[in-house]
Design a binder for this molecule. Sequence first.
Ligand code: PEP
Ligand code: MN
Length: 354
Amino acid sequence: MKLSKEKKEHLNSKIIIAGPCAAESRAQILETAKAISEIDSDIILRAGIWKPRTMPGCFQGVGEIGIDWMVEAKEKYGIKISTEVATKEQAKLCIEKGFDAIWIGARTSVNPFYVEDIANACKGSDLMIMVKNPIHPDLNAWIGSIERFYSVGLTNIYAIHRGFHPLPESEYRNYPNWSIPIELKTKYPNLKVLSDPSHMAGNTHLIPKISQDAIDLNLDGLMIETHISPEDALSDKDQQLNPDQLLELLNSIILPNNDLSDISAINRLSELRGRIDKIDNELIEFFSKRMIISKKIAEVKQQNNLPLFQPRRWANILDRICDLGEERGLRREFVTELLNVIHTESIEMQKNKK
Ligand code: PEP
Ligand code: MN
């Protein structure tokens, strides 16, 4: 079954990567490649050849033989191929064998030595290189990895958002924490950031929602684990779609309309944005006024040798403002986070004053 012509045109601006968590056999790779290329020949095939697993004793991938299966799939079905690399030797082998793309997994992208070695191994190639976010929610660690590729002159660089640990109580396997990929895109407007709903979901039923969330947030593509027979998969079996489900997912995605032509909607949006801009200006004015008072408090504290941080007073402020926020429809977690940022800055400023 093929992706409808209309949907394909629609999804054209997005990069779609699909394939099994791991290459398991020649037949599995060839059958998957065939099914995926029939859906849309622009989909890039993925399969893990060397699988970094959290626990020893799990299936760790088929190793080098899997490279040949992927290359065969590329030759037979004209599909682009990608895999995860964790060492410079693996990266070199992928380049040598004509892979179109590689990605750095979440357990590797946190390690500066490995990432630097891989970047050096890729120097001069036109390989598409995708850097997954490290497991912990640290944007700088993710950026550091991406920068290591830029710094050796590589430009065909992408990021993949695959969710984070630790996990607040939730139904996800890895928490999306959408503010992190959004901040990445804000800092690097030309960097394409893809989303990996499979590893965020950990099951198949959450994948459509996460995929749509990613597209609504204007992320640039999706990596979806797809197995010819998910129930027999040797890793991540609960989160892999079969090719029919992949097709259904791609057909179900609604793309946001990037060029608005309805004049009344344009006017309405511009009026609302004007109001938001005004409020943002006022917020800055208020923060600045608050900081000036904070500095005065610092002077009194200094003159009277009082501690900078007074936990009881802070707990009272938090409680009172969270109650107020809740009355106005703001979540306590949001208000707490906001106040903590303000308070930290205030303490920093008072410390510098001392
Ligand atoms: C994978 O893509 O199969 C994988 C292991 O992903 P991650 O590095 O995001 O855990
Ligand atoms: Mn996987």
